[in-house]
Design a protein around this ligand. Structure first.
Ligand code: NAD
Ligand code: UDP
Length: 324
């Protein structure tokens, strides 16, 4: 097979990164996966380790990296509120210094560089659904700020490198995405509800469950990544990537209980500070510029995801105590 590109994926052992590495290898690229295993695991990429075009490097992207590649996907950063709030200073460093290092590397190599930005850029949005033109409603000093402001600053850096150094940049604003290989303990809502349901434990809804999210299945998202990276050079983004199907958290809990046939009860817990009340992407730009839109709706995506967590439980990879 003709190998076209050497591609660096930072955060490649994480949930999204591992799916991206897999996809890039399937389409004949050489992949260099860089990760410090803060939230990622070897298990996510175990099946790729023997692939002759896959290389794994344990490295923290807050330190400069000297490698030779043609393209860079910068995904390194914890994405779940529980994890990014565990060491908030490190989260900001990973977002900001990590972006500077990825951009510096791209500048030296003349490489194209992709940034995994986020719908958190919009904060607790007052415009609904959120188009890319919306500047957001973000608290700069709250518990989510390390992530939100870190990611906003990373966007600023990407656009300054583009203006100042004519770097080829691709910025995706990712909305809530789920699927196999989400870390079972990372506290994100889809994985948490599925694991709780499979263990017949209480399903913990934060607040009254009336807040909304729009859930994208991982395969759809990765297709969006590739299309954005391969788009003409005048397409810089930011481009929203997500599934516009919008659900309350209570609706999600009911669907998960139904699909798993669980005996779990729903319990209510306090709503975390600054938890966004609503979130739904306007994806017109992605449709128009990338001819992209999600094809897998929530029930179907959950049916593809549930067996992954069933397998983890059977293999003893999830301790019941963690979820009590
Ligand atoms: P994840 O936590 O599973 O993956 C992040 C990966 O980055 C992990 O493997 C982690 O070990 C690694 N990492 C963290 N800090 C690092 C550092 N300093 N140096 C090297 N590696 C480091 O999360 P994910 O869901 O796969 O998210 C990937 C990216 O996509 C993140 O940048 C996240 O902000 C963004 N994103 C994800 C979502 C989503 O719903 N999954 C939504 C919006 C944005
Ligand atoms: N949530 C919940 N129970 C949980 C985990 C999350 O009700 O066990 C809620 C959370 O308060 C938020 C939504 O689900 O309103 C999505 O949370 P998640 O952590 O997945 O991502 P966010 O979109 O907030 O970054």
């Amino acid at each position: 097979m003709h190998l076209e590109r050497r591609v660096l994926v930072t955060g490649g052992a994480g949930f999204l990164g591992s799916h991206l590495c897999e996809r890039l290898l399937k389409t004949g690229n050489q992949v260099l996966c860089v990760d410090n295993f803060f939230t990622g695991t070897r298990r996510n990429i175990e099946h790729l380790l023997d692939h002759k075009h896959f290389e794994l490097l344990r490295h923290d992207i807050t330190h400069p990296l000297y490698v030779e590649v043609d393209e860079i996907y910068n995904l390194a950063c914890p994405a779940s509120p529980v994890h990014y709030q565990r060491d908030p200073v490190q989260t900001t460093k990973t977002s900001v210094i990590g972006a500077i290092n990825a951009l510096g590397l791209a500048k030296r190599l003349g490489a194209k560089v992709f940034q995994a930005s986020t719908s958190e850029i919009y904060g607790d949005p007052t415009v609904h659904p959120q188009p890319e033109e919306y500047w957001g409603n973000v608290n700069s000093i709250g518990p989510r700020s390390c992530y939100d402001e870190g990611k906003r600053c990373a966007e600023t850096l990407f656009f300054d490198y583009w203006r100042q150094h004519r770097l080829r940049i691709k910025v995706a604003r990712i909305f809530n995405t789920y699927g196999p290989r989400t870390h079972p303990n990372d506290g994100r809502v889809v994985s948490s509800f599925i694991v709780q349901a499979l263990l017949n434990q209480n399903i913990t809804i934060f607040g009254e469950g009336q807040q909304t999210r729009s859930f994208c299945y991982v395969d759809d998202l990765i297709e969006g990544f590739i299309r954005l990276m391969d788009s003409p050079s005048d397409v810089t983004g930011p481009v929203n990537l997500g599934n516009p199907g919008e659900f309350t958290i209570r609706e999600l809990a009911d669907i998960v209980i139904e699909l798993t046939g669980s005996r779990s009860k729903i319990v209510y817990r306090p709503l975390p500070q600054d938890d966004p009340k609503q979130r739904r992407p306007n994806i017109s730009k992605a449709q128009e510029l990338l001819n992209w839109q999600p094809t897998i709706q929530l029930r179907e995506g959950l049916q593809k995801t549930i067996p992954y967590f069933e397998r983890l439980i059977l293999d003893g990879q999830i301790s019941k105590a963690v979820f009590n």
